[in-house]
Design a protein around this ligand. Structure first.
Ligand code: NBG
Length: 790
């Protein structure tokens, strides 16, 4: 039970000892800090109780280069059940909670879905009382901050630790040395509590910071070599300096390889050290540890554990390999070829020669196994971990060194089995399984949409849904209840108003809560097709100009998302969207009827405002390309129907909520297979009414890309066979017409308020499957073999 007097005392003490001021004199940021510290004081004892209760049990570890945690304060006080007491206390102290909440920086140690999934899994596992810890890197700078200047994306450093991080405890006494061929560094663990809902289980996210073995070379300093004297320290610190701002495409940088090995080696050494302290033998390591590899970024864990077992612990190879395979499981998060990580042999040899030798041996063992399994020698190259191009294929290493390989939505796993990883699937059919992604309803409904949450609790007569999302199914009985649906519409309107207020302040633009809020928020990538969305808006613009009396519900199109810093085509689309926005805003004929907003610096905390305010969820990736998507689930849970393709988890969303309650369009995976060899985008460009007109704005002087060449390049990527063997490889020209039709249907459907509300309602009622609680239960049972303990 919360001791509010104690919380207050600690706040006052912290104010004095940390800032040398009285509590009331602190600014919002400082108040946020002391409040968080006072909650930490409460949490720490329960945290160590959790460690004790799982001491002798098998535990699971999520190895991930990214954890996109967002803000902690509100989430933690909600999960602890402290919210109303804290609000009351702050009220008495005259402190404005919202200002304090807003002053917390997002912990953006991830790019997008992959990192956010890791964060949702941690929340679910703690809530369900499973022992799951996260292991990763404490990047000093998270994902860059985005500004828009003149329509262009500008990136600036995300110095999220500037004001300190009250949620992490630095455990210097547990530091670990990690060695490269040319460098040894000290890995310092920072532990953050992961507080399950109800507060019974508090798990750990352990992130490593890289430091030099010595902080100053005294001799050099004395010899006036000031730069040299801190070089070793700086080189070491660079390893955990920044998160690579790339999702999907790999970034083949030496420093990135150092990052991967750094956190993986530190984490494994940490686990082995603890294990050998607790158990007499290392032979039973797999009995107590399940490690999930979040994509291939941590795949070097496989040879690293082999190194520790065979060299450090002197276990013979085959026995060690058995332990490794039993310990690891691998999740694949994409089928895009450019994202399948490969590392040049030369780089490994240079940086990690011992690890490279182990990979070579793993490859030899693999070849032996293939021959034993009757794979003909001419086919062996298809599997080799070290390819004929002298690259190490990390996905192959991960499959071979794991007992489980999973995709993240049914269609994605099927594609892996049927095409991308088909050879491996035929070799080890039992190793492959699906785990459709999920999201935590604690953050994505309870916290971000308290109004809808209370209404749901009222209707269901219980709060059970917070830990058992299937309960939402019982909302279906209200699907024709106009009183209920009207209240839902009122809540939606309120969330739209709240967003509009925020947008007014932060984007300096007015949006109308009575218009349809049509939202696409996610990283910018060609396969996600923000460009298709933009083209359609432009087409609407021209249609309204041509036919001013056209009767449509007014629409507000909201985009949010970042483009990787070197990804010019994605940056061109951001610029294009901003140009369309300005075109519309400056045209009195169209202004008000449609409106474009660019939500700058999209991040977890912005998402918490956007998802609840959406009327329509844009999930329009080229079929077969989006592994799952998780934003789609956040929209669904907040009652926004999907306009989307049959891709990723959209397939399962529509299966649950009904196709009639969503707007599905476009090519399916099978259709693409059929047309891909003869696809000519120019045909659709010429023959789809309105499409040429919209496309040509890229090159006819309507817009100005400031001499960057962005627009011509974008245009060519879609239409020019001289530049590209397969132009429009994401089928935008072909899908345009059916996308427009789906939009027209959605706009028409929106006019009937009750039937629209019913569609939304059916989405909420059928969102139960998409909780990460379900996903984590499945991993725990089918892959990790861990048990919950209250
Ligand atoms: C992303 C996919 C998404 C998926 C998330 C989480 C990578 C490499 N993959 O579709 O693009 O939802 O992973 O599984 O970031």
């Amino acid at each position: 039970m919360i001791d509010i007097e104690k919380i207050k005392k600690i706040m006052e003490t912290e104010a004095l000892v940390t800032y040398g001021k009285k509590l009331e004199k602190l600014n919002s940021n400082e108040k946020y800090f002391v409040l968080s510290k006072s909650i930490m004081a409460d949490v720490v004892p329960v945290w160590s109780k959790t460690r004790d209760k799982f001491k002798d049990e098998k535990r699971a570890y999520y190895f991930s280069a990214e954890f996109l945690m967002g803000r902690a304060l509100s989430n933690n006080i909600t999960n602890l059940g402290y919210q109303k007491y804290i609000l009351k206390l702050l009220d008495e102290l005259g402190i404005n909670y919202n200002a304090l909440e807003e002053s917390e920086e997002d912990a953006a140690l991830g790019n997008g879905g992959l990192g956010r999934l890791a964060a949702c899994f941690l929340d679910s596992a703690a809530t369900l009382d499973y022992p799951l810890s996260g292991y990763g890197i404490r990047y000093e700078y998270g994902l860059f901050k985005q500004k828009i200047e003149d329509g262009f994306q500008i990136e600036t450093a995300d110095n999220w630790l500037e004001h300190g991080d009250p949620w992490a405890i630095e455990n210097r006494d547990e530091s670990i040395i990690v060695s490269f061929s040319d460098q040894a560094v000290r890995a310092i663990p920072f532990d953050t509590p992961i507080i399950g809902y109800g507060g019974d289980t508090i798990n750990t996210l352990r992130l490593w910071k890289s430091e030099g073995m010595v902080s100053l070379d005294f001799e050099k300093f004395n010899n006036y070599q000031y730069d040299e004297s801190v070089k070793q320290k700086n080189d070491a610190e660079n390893i955990s300096k920044v998160l690579y701002p790339n999702d999907i495409d790999i970034e083949g940088k030496k420093l990135r390889l150092r990052q991967q090995y750094f956190f993986v080696s530190a984490s494994l050494q940490d686990l082995v050290r603890k294990h050998t302290k607790e158990h007499i033998t290392i032979n039973n390591f797999a009995k107590y540890h399940a490690i999930q590899l979040n994509d291939t970024h941590p795949a070097v864990a496989i040879p690293e554990l082999m190194r520790i077992l065979t060299i450090q612990e002197a276990i013979e190879w085959d026995k060690a390999w058995e332990i490794v395979r039993e310990t690891f499981a691998y999740t694949n998060h994409t089928v895009l070829a450019e994202a399948l990580e490969e590392w040049p042999v030369e780089l490994y040899k240079e940086l990690l020669p011992n690890i490279y030798k182990i990979i070579e041996k793993i490859n030899i063992k693999l070849k032996e196994e293939l021959i034993n399994k009757g794979i003909s020698s001419k086919n062996i190259y298809k599997y080799e971990i070290i390819s004929s191009h002298n690259n190490i294929r990390m996905a192959f290493l991960s499959i071979y060194g794991s007992h489980s390989v999973n995709g993240v939505a049914r269609i994605h796993t099927d594609i892996l089995k049927d095409t991308q990883l088909n050879d491996w699937y035929r070799l080890y059919p039992d190793r492959f399984n699906n785990k459709t992604n999920g999201i935590t309803q604690r953050r994505w409904l309870l916290l971000s949409n308290p109004e809808l949450s209370s209404f749901i609790t009222e209707l269901l007569g219980s709060e059970e849904w917070i830990i058992d999302l299937k309960q939402l199914k019982n909302l279906e009985s209200f699907k024709d209840d106009e009183v209920v649906l009207n209240r839902f519409l009122d809540i939606k309107h309120l969330k739209k108003q709240q967003l509009a207020e925020y947008v007014k302040v932060h984007e300096n633009t007015i949006i109308d809560p009575d218009s349809i809020f049509d939202i696409q928020i996610k990283r910018f990538h060609e396969y996600k097709r923000q460009f298709l969305n933009a083209l359609h808006i432009l087409d609407l613009y021209f249609r309204i100009k041509e036919n001013p009396t056209m009767i449509r519900v007014h629409q507000t199109f909201i985009f949010g998302g970042k483009a990787a810093s070197g990804y010019f085509r994605a940056k061109a689309v951001i610029k294009f969207i901003n140009d369309i926005k300005n075109l519309i805003d400056s045209d009195p004929d169209v202004r008000g009827k449609i409106k474009v907003v660019f939500a700058t610096n999209y991040r977890v905390s912005y998402g918490e405002m956007l998802f609840p305010a959406a009327d329509l969820s844009e999930q329009i990736s080229t079929a077969g390309k989006e592994a799952s998507g998780t934003g789609n689930m956040k929209f669904m849970l907040n009652g926004a129907p999907t306009i989307g393709t049959l891709d990723g988890a959209n397939v399962e969303i529509v299966e649950e909520a009904g196709e009639e309650n969503n707007f599905i369009f476009g090519l399916k995976v099978e259709d693409i297979k059929e047309i891909q060899d003869n696809y000519d985008p120019r045909y659709y460009y010429e023959n789809t009414p309105g499409l040429k007109r919209a496309m040509d704005t890229l090159v006819d002087g309507t817009f100005n890309d400031g001499g960057t060449g962005f627009y011509r390049e974008l245009y060519d990527s879609i239409l020019n066979f001289d530049h590209h063997a397969r132009p429009d490889s994401y089928y935008i020209m072909k899908d345009f017409e059916s996308y427009r039709k789906a939009h027209d249907e959605a706009n028409e459907a929106y006019k009937n308020r009750m039937s629209w509300a019913k569609k939304s309602w059916m989405n909420i009622a059928n969102a139960g499957k998409f909780t990460s609680d379900r996903t984590v239960e499945d991993y725990a049972r089918e892959i990790w073999d861990i048990k919950k303990k209250k």
